[in-house]
Ligand binder design. Structure first.
Ligand code: AMP
Ligand code: MN
Ligand code: MN
Ligand code: MN
Length: 297
């Protein structure tokens, strides 16, 4: 899916033809690579503007920025905040914020807060179907114990031979209705958007096709997101199909939102989309980086 060469970065920052990858994860959340290795990989893959967006955490931002600078890779700060909307977990990406903003850091700390207890409960649910020691097993995979996530459980269940791959673990054990699923109340949409906006960043709805919302629920998400100050939506992401690029390109225009582009890369062994290996943003959309030119470091 890699695409034709194009003019120099400085001439193109205000166009859609930019290999921006504004969504990925490191060991600071549920990725398997360090921020430094990700920066090098992004550069080698031809990424021209990068953001590390660890779940509910900005602890990797200074490392990511230093590593990006070391390989002359323009950088935007990033995070991906878990929220609860209409009874479902939704992800809001923040870009270009001040990574030292006290209110944002405190909000993310509170969002992470319930993960330990939730992980214990997940482990109890799995024990009931004969899978023992899953909490301890998952914890071994969590680079940041505060960020213990379903992904770490999935890696442990693959390692221990319960499933062939992480997708199978999610399907059989970790999604709603399955033994390792524990409903959790995350941040509110309003709080997540305001933490990002008040820290001078732009809030982005992550991978909207992944939530299984009805058309009415999705309309409400976009409407409320905008009302709270959200300004962009991911259109081209590793977890959308080409039909979904088209659908969310239309939604971006209907709601007058800018569009973002990001692989959601977690691991060379698990992710099907590598850093930067995405189609361009559709030409009619305003790229989110046009809103953030002053925030690129
Ligand atoms: P958590 O924040 O603990 O609920 O975990 C959510 C993470 O699990 C997401 O950020 C993805 O990395 C991963 N994930 C969610 N659904 C799937 C799936 N069906 N297959 C593989 N990974 C998934
Ligand atoms: Mn993840
Ligand atoms: Mn996500
Ligand atoms: Mn993600």
């Amino acid at each position: 899916m890699r695409v034709k060469p194009c003019p120099a970065y400085n001439e193109r920052v205000s166009t859609n033809i930019l290999n921006a990858d504004l969504h990925c994860h490191s060991v600071v959340s549920d990725g398997t690579l360090t921020p430094e290795v990700l920066a090098t990989r992004a550069k080698a893959n031809g990424v021209e503007l990068w953001a590390l967006t660890d779940h509910d955490e900005v602890g990797g931002q200074h490392r990511a920025l230093a590593a990006a600078k070391a390989c002359q890779l323009p950088y935007l700060t990033g995070t991906e905040i878990s929220i609860t909307f209409s009874g479902k977990t939704v992800h809001i990406v923040g870009l270009g914020f001040d990574a030292d903003d006290a209110r944002l850091i405190d909000g993310l700390r509170r969002t992470r807060g319930g993960r330990g207890d939730r992980a214990q409960e997940m482990s109890e649910g799995l024990a009931k179907v004969g899978i023992h020691g899953a909490y301890e097993g998952a914890l071994k995979y969590a680079g940041n114990p505060e960020l213990i996530s379903r992904t770490h459980f999935a890696r442990y269940l693959v390692e221990s031979g319960v499933c062939q791959d992480t997708s199978e673990v999610f399907r059989r054990y970790l999604i709603e209705g399955k033994p390792g699923f524990v409903p959790h109340r995350w941040a509110s949409l309003k709080d997540a958007v305001s933490w990002i906006v008040d820290a001078h960043g732009v809030a982005v709805i992550a991978h909207p096709a992944r939530y299984g919302f009805t058309a009415n629920e999705e309309y409400a998400l976009f409407t409320e997101f905008k009302a709270h100050g959200g300004r962009a939506v991911e259109v081209v992401t590793g977890s959308h199909t080409p039909d979904e690029y088209a659908k969310y390109a239309e939604m971006a225009q209907e709601f007058e939102l800018a569009a973002s582009r990001g692989s959601d890369f977690h691991s060379p062994d698990e992710s099907h989309t590598d850093l930067g290996a995405l189609p361009w943003l559709p030409g009619q959309l305003t790229p989110v980086w046009e809103l953030l030119t002053e925030r690129i470091q």
